[in-house]
Ligand binder design. Sequence first.
Ligand code: COA
Length: 260
Amino acid sequence: MTYSNLTIEQRDAVIQITVQRPDKLNALNLDTLIELGDAVEDATSDDSLRALIITGAGEKAFVAGADIAEINALNPLQARDFSELGQQLMRQIENCGKPVIAAVNGFALGGGMELALACHIRIASDNARLGLPEITLGLLPGFGGTQRLLRMLGRSRAMQLILSGQPIDAATAEHWGLLAHVYSTQELSDQAWTLAHKLAASAPIAMRSIIEAVQNGQDMSLEAALNMETQLFALCCSSEDMREGTSAFLNKRKPKFNGS
Ligand code: COA
C-alpha cells in the first residue's frame, strides 16, 4: 500500500514506518493518524513480519505532536473523535503482538511522545526532547499520555512533566527509564535496525506472550497477573519453537524459530 504521509521500508522480517511531514516536524494530522493505523494493521496481519520500527523523517523531529492547526478548528464532538482515534492507534500498537521500537530522532512532543510511549521499546538520538506541552495550548494530552506516563514514571514525575509542559532532554529521559538507550544522531537508525532484527529472530509466540504478559499484567491484581503468566508459559511450552529453542541449547547450536 502507498501512503501520502508515511514511508515504509522493509528489510527481511522488519518493517520501518517513517512519518513523512518534515515541513511540519511530522505533526500528526487526521490523515497521518489514519495511515498509521492502516500501516500498523497491515504489519500486524503479515506473518512474515516480526518487528516494527516507528520513526520520523529528518533529523529534527520524531513527531512534534498532533497537528495544532487541525486541533484549533475542532468542535467538542470532533475533538472527542480525534482523541479516540489517537487512543485507538496507540492501543493498536501496544497490542499488535510484535515488538515495536520507537526510534526517537528529535522532538517527541505531545502526540509524538504519546506515540513513543505506546511503543514497546524507545531508543533515541542525543538531540531528542520529550514532553507533553499540551498545557501550554490550553489542552491535556488526549492520546493516552496522562495514563501511560503515570504508569511508567509514577505520579510525581508524571505530574511534573504534564503540568509544567516542559520537555526533558534525552539524558534525563534515559535516567528516568523512559528511554532504553541514547545514541548519537548518526548511529540511531542503524541501532534501531540492529535491535529490530535481533528481536525478529526470536520465537514469535514467546515474543507475543511476553508483550501480552507485561502489557496486560500492570493493571491486574498480582494474583491474576501471575495466573496469566502461567497460562502463557504453558502456551509457549506447547509450541514447536520451544522444542527448537531448548533442543538447540542442549545440542549447542543456534535455534531457528519458524513461528509455530
Ligand atoms: N502541529 C502543527 N504544526 C507544527 C507542529 C504541530 N504540533 N509542530 C511544528 N509545526 C510546524 C510549525 O508551525 C512550522 O510550520 P511553518 O513553517 O509552516 O510555520 C514548522 O512545523 C516548523 O516548526 P517551528 O516551530 O518553526 O520549528 P522550531 O524549531 O522553531 O520549533 C518546536 C520546534 C518543536 C519547539 C515547535 O515547533 C513547537 O513547539 N511545536 C509544537 C509542539 C507542541 O505543542 N506539540 C503538542 C501539540 S498537541
